[in-house]
Design a protein around this ligand. Structure first.
Ligand code: MBD
Ligand code: FE
Length: 292
């Protein structure tokens, strides 16, 4: 197939002008990336002979995505956020350095400045009838030495898969806490066992996933930021073993090393020690940090 040289030049001219390459102002890296992106888009429009109707459907979709504030949710669902982790892992592996607890995506539902306490916190506001969770572990360096003064920032969903701030029915900072480790490197929280998350069924992300024949569910999980002076910041999550979506996460965040086994505790002495009234679920998870 021969290319019409006139048309080709016309497209190249259009892209050069629209991405600012002909301008002395603007940001060079941004211009170059936009040039590539716009060129790829035009190629796709041509390759699939995109109709006007399809084009405006896509434009309106972007507006809807913004209106519903779901751009980050879609980025997770399309695997793009996970791709950033894949690249970070690859770069790390190339250095040959030891790695600690693996990273995985942050997701779109973190809120900064959760209440901070030393060693222990209760995370739930007591408003839900739910299984009590005792979540605890140690923060160490790569040699297993406890890290004192680490901030363990934890957030997770309630029994309906909803997150405070994004779910107006929950109290402020419900199921969001920061715990600072002492000399033993330990953190412990009392909370409730979370349920898996599902994309808003009437939202633009789920609408797109439907078109791909995909679901928008995540297994039950708990998010962590772990940071300490002298160590690399860790963004990760643990997944609760036994969840039907454990290996079918729409956001691709599950990793073998990040699966935690929930254990049913029926020993009343242990419950009493934890000031928990009756049987509960224990989740234990340790984190190993890499020096920065
Ligand atoms: C979540 O709870 C989440 O962690 C991600 C990554 C996407 C949507 C909801
Ligand atoms: Fe989440």
């Amino acid at each position: 197939m021969s290319v019409n040289p006139t048309k080709q030049t016309e497209l190249e001219t259009l892209l050069a002008i629209s991405s600012g390459l002909n301008s002395a102002q603007g940001n060079e890296r941004f211009k170059t990336i936009m040039h590539q992106l716009l060129g790829d888009l035009c190629e796709t429009i041509k390759k699939f002979d995109i109709t006007d109707e399809e084009f405006w459907l896509a434009v309106n979709y972007l507006n809807e995505l913004g209106e519903r504030k779901e751009a980050a949710l879609l980025a997770a669902g399309l695997g793009l956020e996970h791709y950033l982790d894949m690249r970070a892992d690859e770069k790390e592996a190339a250095t040959g350095n030891d790695v600690g607890t693996p990273r995985t995506i942050e997701g779109p539902l973190y809120v900064a400045n959760a209440p901070l306490s030393e060693g222990y916190a209760r995370m739930d506001d007591g408003s839900e009838k739910a299984e009590t969770m005792w979540l605890h572990g140690t923060i160490t360096d790569l040699h297993g030495k406890p890290v004192a003064g680490a901030i363990v920032d934890i957030w997770h969903a309630n029994t309906l898969g909803g997150y405070s701030f994004f779910d107006a029915s929950q109290s402020e900072y419900n199921l969001r806490r920061r715990v600072k480790t002492g000399a033993d490197g330990r953190y412990a929280v009392r909370s409730i066992v979370p349920c898996g998350y599902g994309c808003p069924p009437d939202g633009p992300t789920q609408k797109l996933l439907n078109g791909l024949g995909r679901h928008g569910n995540r297994p039950a999980h708990v998010h962590f930021f772990v940071s300490a002076p002298g160590f690399k910041h860790l963004t990760t999550q643990i997944n609760l073993n036994g969840d039907e979506y454990l290996w079918d996460d729409f956001a691709f965040a599950t990793r073998e090393e990040l699966i935690a086994d929930p254990v049913k505790i029926t020993d009343s002495k242990v419950s009493q020690e934890r000031d928990i009234n009756g049987p509960h679920t224990e989740v234990s998870f340790n984190f190993a940090l890499v020096t920065s």
